[in-house]
Design a protein around this ligand. Structure first.
Ligand SMILES: [Fe+2]
Length: 476
């Protein structure tokens, strides 16, 4: 059994016992940390504070606005009246020499009437540049900033955070605060945002609003790339609400049109050295559906010479050994797994299961009902599957695992937390999962990953040897 601990710095200072085997190194951590009860933070708590001033913009957030990271979409809500759609921005604080005009919309949910939801595309930005921006009118205006990513480059370093199933409890707050200390530059969000659908009638909309104010402390300053989960479906016929994803589609912006997607629910972006593909488990995805056709096209656009790291986001994990949601990803696995293996995807991040799990590189693409090969096998071409559904929502942790731990499962633990993925260059990425532990962020599952495209088998053997000598855990 292997134990690891580490500190992140400009170079890696790691005290790790190397894990190289497929079978012998599996870990089921007995550590279970549920720090606070799984209840939502009261609406009058300061994390949900309404900004001062008449019609002041709230729920401010940004996401990538184009394919390559030279644009952002800035979204916000004005509660009382539409107000201005304008974003003023510039490269110096208090000097806004450019502006962009957005659009405004609103919707109803049962008797709840949303505020005025603004989405504004700010494009033609320079790479690797800090921009300041201002929204709202007069004394109620508010100012924020963001940093554009570096130009697409195979060797540029960049750090992503991965958060899922966040909700709005004290555990959610702990996860968000820990993420904000992690040095992450962009959030990959793997679905289930506000858990507002746990409420009824007008409280659904009210809890979407509180959640928007809650995540603003991070999402107004760096892009969150969104994928949708089951809690976004909100099929509630009892309240007369039967349009799937209604709140989500009004509130959340994605750059889906930049990749010819016909839906906000699936799309792709390129950012720094990564090509990121977002899929929807709750939209049609079998053969000939729009999502299937789109993904087939998008995979042909992936150029590992420019973006070595290929990352897929979805909500439902394809490999999951928790008894919660066990095998729910099987139908999508049967449709897409062979594509993921042939494309040599590096990582597939998912949420849904309220715990943490990381797989080895395995595939089950030989199974075809009649083949007699029903079990996943080690496969160096396969992605690593990582479940980070442990953001901290009001449904609590999923602590029951299939026993014994399947051979494909490398590490699993039922605690709250988030992950970070530091892409160092075209061959190496440093990954860790950070557990929330008595108010502290504790790096727990640390792995050095080799790129699936650039690290050839020979290179892998050499790198593995070097890493073993240095005492660094690797992905094989
Ligand atoms: Fe879910």
């Amino acid at each position: 059994m292997l134990v690891s601990a580490g500190v992140r710095g400009s170079c890696f200072l790691l005290i790790i016992i190397t894990c190289v085997g497929f079978v012998s190194a599996r870990i089921t951590s007995s550590f279970v940390r549920s720090e606070w009860p799984s209840v939502d933070i009261p609406l009058d708590h300061q994390v949900f504070a309404i900004p001062k001033g008449h019609n002041a913009p709230q729920q401010v957030r940004i996401t990538q606005g184009d394919y390559d990271g030279k644009a952002v979409i800035i979204s916000w809500v004005t509660p009382d009246e539409p107000g201005s759609n304008k974003v003023q921005y510039g490269k110096s604080e208090n000097k806004y020499d450019s502006s962009a005009e957005g659009m405004v919309t609103n919707y109803t949910f049962y008797n709840y009437k949303s505020g005025y939801i603004h989405h504004c595309l700010v494009d033609d930005l320079e790479y690797d540049t800090k921009y300041y921006y201002k929204i709202g009118d007069g004394h109620s205006s508010r100012e924020f900033w963001f940093q554009t990513p570096p130009k697409i480059d195979p060797d540029v370093s960049y750090t992503f955070g991965i958060i899922g199933d966040l909700g709005q409890t004290y555990n959610s707050l702990s996860t968000l605060e820990h993420y904000m200390q992690s040095g992450g530059q962009t959030v990959l969000f793997v679905g289930d945002l506000s858990y507002a659908d746990r409420y009824e009638y007008n409280d659904v909309g009210i809890r979407w609003d509180s959640w928007g104010r809650f995540v603003e402390q991070s999402a107004a300053y760096q892009p969150w790339l969104w994928s949708a989960g089951n809690h976004e479906i909100e099929y509630m016929p009892k309240m007369g609400e039967v349009i799937p994803f209604k709140s989500y589609l009004y509130r959340i912006a994605t750059p889906h049109m930049a990749t010819n997607s016909t839906s906000k629910l699936w799309y792709a972006v390129r950012r720094a050295s990564a090509h990121i593909i977002v899929l929807s488990n709750y939209s049609p995805y079998v053969k000939y559906t729009p999502q299937w056709r789109w993904l087939r096209e998008e995979l042909t656009r992936v150029n590992r010479e420019k973006t070595p790291w290929l990352i897929v986001l979805m909500h439902v994990p394809i490999y999951n050994s928790n008894s919660a949601h066990f095998m729910e990803g099987e139908s999508m696995r049967s449709v897409y797994e062979s594509w993921f293996v042939h494309a040599r995807v590096d990582f597939i991040f998912a949420g849904h299961v309220h715990a943490y799990e990381r797989s080895y590189r395995i595939s089950n693409i030989h199974y075809n009902v009649t083949s007699g090969d029903p079990y996943p096998v080690p496969d160096k071409s396969a992605p690593v599957y990582i479940t980070v559904g442990d953001g901290g929502n009001q449904e609590g942790l999923a602590g029951r695992y299939m026993d014994p731990q399947p051979e494909y499962s490398a590490y699993r633990e039922a605690s709250y937390g988030h992950s970070t993925l530091e892409l160092k260059n075209r061959t190496h990425a440093f990954y860790h999962w950070n557990r929330n532990d008595d108010g502290k962020k504790v790096p727990t599952d640390l792995v050095m990953f080799h790129n699936q495209y650039w690290a050839s088998n020979m290179q892998r053997r050499r790198l593995k040897r070097n890493h073993r000598k240095a005492g660094i855990a690797t992905d094989h």
